[in-house]
Design a protein around this ligand. Sequence first.
Ligand SMILES: [Cu+2]
Length: 461
Amino acid sequence: MNPRRRNFLASAGAAALGAAAVNRASLAALPDAPTQDSPRMQPPLVPSNGRPYNPVVTLNGWTLPWRMRDGWKEFHLVAEPVVREIAPGMKANLWGYNGQSPGPTIEAVEGDRVRIFVTNRLPEHTTIHWHGMILPSGMDGVGGLTQPQIGVGKTYVYEFELRKSGTFMYHPHADEMTQMAMGMMGMFVVHPKDPRQYRVDRDFCFLINAYDIDPGSFTPRVNTMLDFNLWTWNSRAFPGIDHLVCRKGDRVRVRFGNLTMTNHPIHMHGYDFAVTCTDGGWVPRNARWPEVTIDVAVGQMRAFEFDAIHPGDWAFHCHKSHHTMNAMGHGVPTMIGVDHRDLVERIQKLVPDYMVMGERGMADMGAMEMPLPDNTLPMMTGQGPFGPLEMGGMFTVVKVREDQKPGDYRDPGWYRHPPGTQAYEWSGTLREAPRAADAAPAGAGKAPDALNARKGGSHGH
Ligand SMILES: [Cu+2]
């Protein structure tokens, strides 16, 4: 980890921190607010003080360091404009925390008393709501309802005890539509007091978010309600999303929360898994049921677990097929079966580069290297060991390997399929398949003709 340290006492912004805003804690100094500008997955942050726990890893993200002070675990979040690489080839001007969107994951332990400083470096006011937490009403972070807004340049302090373990989120409750459309959110994981409880070997987490950024531009349209064009996990789109690398035999947990405007059926290949944690907390062992797809509604969090016993490269994605695409126009007409050869020739006399696509389906898009405007992503992209993956958006790969070292999250490359375990091309002769009508048993009558529909204009019987 290489967070740039910012000393807020020494910074010009410190002058704006009024005594009225920082009132309850008698403070010699604010805790550091480390920042991270790399979109690479940082190694799990093993706690150096406080109660022990098994840390999570955040896809394309990191965990916020803290300090212990008089029995409080102190964190410092800075709400600020950030630049996030959505995937190689595209960057976005977002709002986030401590250099990134989403903000850093906060990790602590059930029973911890946390004090979280929130400094506002946005051009407008904000707050932070601690989504799912059991806490005093006045710490709930709803601007206007439970506290005044945190003005530009101000710092507020939230203090509460973590009363239960589980999977939580944080996000603004101030100009929410804008601030969440701009990427302001983060994960908050509370570990059980006893690190042996719910213990897993690998614990991944991410937030589901979405952006509407016109090709060639950098700033999301914040008024979009449903027709987003970038479907992201932790503000990253395929092929920019980290793989989930596992060692064969590991117990693996995957936690996610949904802060988009629609639901996402999250599907994993190769395994059935058990949903072990929801918004409300841990699911008792005898109440878990197996799934291969878990739908996560807006504002929900889910965690599932599996034993990584099947080696391979397993697709892991949202099952809405438009959510595994990058920037695309939804107004494009379907061209399957349309022969427009003449049309193309005629148009090319006027526009030499003119091309059509889609008359055989859209798969050509995955292989085609079309010139794109600056700062956008191809609709269907990514290269696998056997060719173009034709994916985008909310897609990545769970890689389970026999020889992956414990605690090693580095990409092991593509899976090498053992002989006899892979789909192969039929090389024998192909006979014309018999048609259903030919195969009808004698005496079956003229069923197909009898079903002929009458055309409009004639009165049916
Ligand atoms: Cu989806």
